[in-house]
Design a protein around this ligand. Structure first.
Ligand SMILES: [Fe+2]
Length: 308
């Protein structure tokens, strides 16, 4: 195939954006067309493959609803979600590392008092999470909001499991005057992402497993700070090195310390054995945040004009 096959078509598709008034939209669409055309040219995509891709994306949309988000899952298993995250939240420095939101977040979790349990069905091994929310210099942030969610001991989020109460293992907590939080959940388990849909079919075709290392999700926010979307992972999990969605970060792997004494458990309002986890989240002040997405025109210095 000639390297310039369809180049006039690519140029015409890019020129069609000339009337786009939003410069960022024009830039992003220009790059999308250039890269998409280059991909088709490089792979010499067949009509059958093109149609199969359309059918795959159609099925991805059709299986999605308000409880299942197959497009986020697809983005996750392709590493796209984590790449967006890394560009928007570069690792390093004192600020807590972020990671993907994932497809299972639901807004509207119950506001709970500090110390409360997010479990409504008392399944799983209790885990008491505590720590502080801090500014980079170590100043505590009172009133910071922690929105947390995790699977039950069977590896299923509540919206995947008709046997769980609605909004089980989800909750929102606010830090006290000293920036402290504490709540009870369960020790996370590793789980398979939903693999009964198009994404599962794709993973099997690629010879990949669907497992994620055990984790609990957090969105931590406070006025004047950049919201932090992250996980805490369980040290020792066998899938830490092969997360199906590429979302592990070393700084987010924590120790779950096991306790077997009934008196200790009683003091925490749980039953033995139980686990404790301590973690301080550090948020980035908004006035020091640098937003990506600065490229607005095809002549952006970051990407050469003529090359996809
Ligand atoms: Fe998850």
């Amino acid at each position: 195939m000639r390297e310039d096959a369809g180049s006039a078509l690519t140029a015409a598709a890019r020129r069609s954006l000339a009337g786009t008034s939003d410069p960022r939209l024009r830039f992003v669409m220009d790059r999308l067309i250039a890269h998409l055309h280059a991909f088709i040219r490089e792979t010499e995509l067949t009509e059958a493959e093109w149609l199969r891709a359309i059918q795959f994306l159609t099925a991805t949309g059709q299986i999605s609803d308000d409880r299942r988000q197959e497009f986020i899952l697809l983005s996750d298993v392709l590493g796209a979600s984590m790449l967006v995250d890394e560009i928007n939240h570069p690792a390093g420095g004192p600020v807590t590392a972020s990671t993907v939101l994932g497809p299972f977040y639901r807004p509207g979790a119950r506001d709970l008092p500090l110390g409360a349990s997010i479990s409504q069905d008392a399944r799983g091994e209790p885990a008491v999470f505590s720590g502080r929310v801090l500014a980079p210099g170590g100043t505590p942030i009172p009133g910071a909001l922690l929105d947390v969610w995790e699977t039950n001991e069977n590896g299923l989020y509540e919206q995947q499991d008709p046997d769980q109460p609605d909004m089980n293992l989800r909750g929102r907590f606010r830090t006290d005057a000293a920036g402290r939080y504490t709540f009870t959940g369960i020790k996370p388990v590793s789980y398979a992402i939903p693999d009964d849909g198009p994404v599962g079919t794709l993973l099997r075709a690629l010879g990949r497993h669907p497992y994620r290392p055990a984790h609990i999700h957090f969105i931590v926010s406070a006025q004047g700070y950049r919201p932090l979307t992250t996980h805490l992972f369980v040290r020792g999990d066998p899938y830490l090195a092969s997360d199906a969605v590429f979302a592990t970060r070393d700084a987010l792997v924590v120790d779950f310390i096991r306790h077997d004494t009934p008196t200790e458990a009683a003091a925490h309002g749980v039953t033995a054995p139980f686990y404790t986890v301590t973690y301080d989240f550090v948020l980035q002040p908004l006035d020091t945040a640098t937003a990506p997405g600065g490229g607005t025109a095809p002549q952006s210095a970051r990407i050469k004009e003529a090359q996809p």
